[in-house]
Design a protein around this ligand. Structure first.
Ligand code: ZN
Ligand code: ZN
Length: 267
């Protein structure tokens, strides 16, 4: 009679493999002590018990995450303590975004700005993943189980992706999908029109450049779904809004933008 593993044997084997992975990790940590992925300071031994998905020292974490406070749910702008933002804040009240909400880690300035730029680099995938892990950790209450159906990264034109080992929006989306056990779909939204670099474009120019730059490319139905739309930075919202508009045209009922950083409002 052929040998069949029983549940007890299988669970013992699983426990043994977890022990082996744990032992290997401990040896690796001994040979290469873990460092903060941003400033490269050695991490204290107490860090090892924590989630490996956001490998940052306390100083960097506190620089990336703004102090807890009131935030406009529509654009991610920090607000005064008693400001009501049901319809949006002064920064976004006149904007007609196609997305419904913004979840962000922090503001695109100082150390988080530097980290976002580093995460765009060819060697920035690990940093991008860690920042996405920190974002999830900081906003657990917004990522309630069952709230989202799918996560979609904001796509880039295929020519801009040539020769790049990773693409920040996709790296971030993949990590969030992993953390939240969500389905990530990359084959439904495409950027079919090349758009110029937007760094020096005005808000109106950006909106004009992004108009009709996305399309849906598969017959996958998004009917009634709540989509997380992932990107690294939200500047004017023109790109995310255009992508959200196309996702809603494909049936999505709500689109929530999730980004590492939003541009702070200009004075
Ligand atoms: Zn650090
Ligand atoms: Zn706002």
């Amino acid at each position: 009679m052929p040998w069949k593993p029983t549940l007890t044997v299988v669970s013992q084997m699983t426990a043994a493999s977890h022990m082996t992975v744990g032992l290997a990790q401990s040896i690796l940590d001994f040979v290469y002590p873990p460092q903060c992925l941003f400033c490269e300071r050695a991490l204290p031994s107490t860090w090892r018990a924590r989630d490996r998905s956001c490998q940052f020292c306390e100083m960097c974490r506190s620089q990336f995450v703004p102090p807890a406070g009131n935030t406009c749910h529509r654009c991610g702008t920090p607000l005064g303590l008693y400001t009501v933002s049901e319809q949006g804040c002064l920064a976004c009240l006149r904007e007609s975004f196609a997305f419904d909400e913004v979840i962000r880690l922090g503001l695109y300035r100082d150390e988080l700005r530097r980290a976002c730029l580093m995460a765009k680099n060819s060697e920035g995938a690990l940093l991008g993943r860690a920042l996405a892990g920190l974002l999830v950790e900081e906003h657990r209450s917004l990522f309630t189980p069952g709230r989202f159906d799918t996560i979609v990264p904001v796509p880039e034109h295929w020519l801009k992706r040539l020769g790049r080992p990773h693409y920040a929006a996709e790296t971030i989306a993949r990590e969030i999908a992993h953390q939240l056990n969500l389905r990530m779909v990359t084959g439904i939204l495409a950027k079919h029109r090349w758009t110029p670099k937007q760094a020096r474009s005005s808000k109106t120019e950006r909106r004009h450049q992004q108009h009709d730059s996305f399309c849906t490319v598969s017959g996958l139905s998004l009917k009634g779904q709540t989509i997380l739309l992932a990107d690294d930075i939200l500047t004017t919202g023109a790109t995310a809004s255009e992508a959200a508009r196309v996702l809603k045209r494909a049936g999505a009922s709500r689109v929530i933008v999730v980004v590492l950083a939003v541009s702070p409002p200009t004075a």
